[in-house]
Design a protein around this ligand. Structure first.
Ligand code: ZN
Length: 287
């Protein structure tokens, strides 16, 4: 006679083995896009079984952080990466691979900007004077230190906001030529506005730098936690100090033309894990 009880037991055992061994929840891992442009970001959302881990892509690793009983990861697509096919691999903190996702990175159509700079400005950008060189080195150390240790929690709840209204003059990613020499990519957005126009904090966070620097003039850097920093350059006035807590929309400074600047404007940038991304992606960010 057929043993239904035994069959039942076998089926249940097989089901249990299947449930334990298969990554049944891999489908619950979502990527905001699989075709990002260079200079943009991908957000990755996971589930309660995967709230701590890593995303590996292009020999880089970015954390998945626990947030409201789910995992959140941000993949910053640097504008120095080459467009092409990549694989994003998600591994939990026990080393188990959960998913391998194909990512097609697309090129971006960045502007090109040409600046003619005279000797005095050249001296600010690439100083030869030992005193200026020393000051520049000190400035760079200060900026590095300001982005060195981010708050482990995110300090904001709302999407980021533009720090002021004005005319966009140089866009993010613009390829910069100084006297026809490739100088850099523009790591932020330049917004022209009259001197003294209030500049608001893009989001809630803590001021990690408020200082007058040689190249970027009066400069503010805000830590928003999770290794996200916003920066505000060439200000005329600083209304905050290092260590201050700021709330989104707080007036932190006023537009100016200090440092290497050709007219009153704000240079606004946002970085994640020291990779500069289009600030618009943070304005659109919904987490
Ligand atoms: Zn700029």
């Amino acid at each position: 006679m057929f043993n239904f009880r035994l069959l039942n037991k076998i089926i249940l055992t097989l089901l249990a083995i299947f449930l334990i061994t298969s990554p049944v929840l891999a489908n619950d891992i979502s990527f905001s896009t699989q075709e990002p442009k260079i200079g943009s970001l991908i957000t990755v959302k996971t589930h309660s079984d995967l709230i701590n881990g890593e995303i590996m892509i292009n020999n880089n690793s970015f954390p998945i952080r626990s947030d409201n009983n789910q995992g959140i990861g941000i993949i910053p697509i640097s504008y120095w990466w080459s467009p092409g096919e990549y694989t994003a691999t998600i591994v939990d903190n026990q080393g188990r691979t959960w998913i391998k996702e194909n990512i097609r990175i697309k090129d971006a159509d960045f502007d090109k900007s040409y600046l003619t700079i005279d000797d005095e400005q050249e001296e600010i950008v690439r100083p030869t004077d030992p005193e200026r060189q020393a000051r520049r080195a000190r400035d760079q150390e200060m900026v590095q230190a300001a982005r060195a240790e981010s708050h482990p929690d995110r300090l904001w709840t709302e999407s980021f906001i533009w720090p002021l209204e004005g005319r966009l003059t140089t866009d993010f990613g613009a390829t910069r030529y100084h006297n026809n020499e490739l100088a850099n990519r523009h790591n932020g957005i330049d917004i022209a506005a009259p001197t003294g126009t209030p500049v608001m904090a893009s989001n809630t966070g803590q001021v990690t730098l408020a200082a007058d620097l040689l190249a970027t003039g009066k400069t503010i850097i805000i830590d928003h936690g999770w290794n996200i920093y916003s920066s505000y350059l060439h200000l005329n006035e600083l209304f905050v100090e290092k260590g201050d807590s700021v709330t989104q929309g707080d007036k932190i400074g006023a537009v100016g033309s200090t440092g290497f600047s050709t007219g009153p404007h704000l240079h606004w940038s946002i970085s994640y894990n020291r990779i500069f991304l289009d600030p618009r992606d943070f304005v659109d960010l919904e987490l």
